[in-house]
Design a binder for this molecule. Sequence first.
Ligand code: ATP
Ligand code: SKM
Ligand code: MG
Length: 194
Amino acid sequence: MGVGKSTVGPLLAERLGVGYRDTDDDIVAGQGSTIADIFANEGEPAFRELEKDAVRRALGEHDGVLALGGGAVLDEDTRALLAGLRVVCLTMDVEEAVRRADLDVARPLLAVDPRKRWTELMDARRHLYEEVATVVVATDGRTSDEVTQAVLEALALRDGPVRPYHRSRPAARRAPRQAVRGPGRPCPLDEPTR
Ligand SMILES: Nc1ncnc2c1ncn2[C@@H]1O[C@H](COP(=O)(O)OP(=O)(O)OP(=O)(O)O)[C@@H](O)[C@H]1O
Ligand SMILES: O=C(O)C1=C[C@@H](O)[C@@H](O)[C@H](O)C1
Ligand SMILES: [Mg+2]
């Protein structure tokens, strides 16, 4: 949350010459309310249902860079949909998270005691981010342009120069996920690609 998905996503899309889409933006546009208002008025479970639908729809319609909400990976079906795609997990430490949480939009899950909440959320989610990530890229001390470059390099190390997948491309010709990540090699969040 606040790690820079919506900042780096468009830069990455531009570098790759593909479109950019953000499921948080899709939800806000579809509901005509902010995420903070959806959490406040309808509750987190209702938001998660909207998020699940938004991710499914976006993955079906969109071939370019897609930013997911930070909690999208909580859903098992969503995690299954991400298998076989290049998934970039951006990281930062808690100090940076607290700084960025203060910068702009309200993040409902960090509204009270952001340091404690962020740590709790990461403890609960770390294994899910690791499960879906093809590469893990640290953002601390890097500008968004530097993060974008690091993402491209991390993906190229795993997969060769990045070319977008196209939905028309037969699934069998896609690089198998294990080959991208390396057999039995998870992408631990405490050993990000620097
Ligand atoms: N590399 C960076 N260095 C410093 N600040 C950054 C960096 N990337 C993004 N930011 C700032 O951090 C804040 C959060 O960024 P952004 O909204 O892109 O995160 P996000 O991951 O999309 O958040 P959310 O999970 O709420 O969707 C913004 O104020 C943004 O300008
Ligand atoms: O990590 C999370 O649970 C969230 C992240 C944001 O992208 C938003 O989807 C929302 O603020 C919840
Ligand atoms: Mg965002």
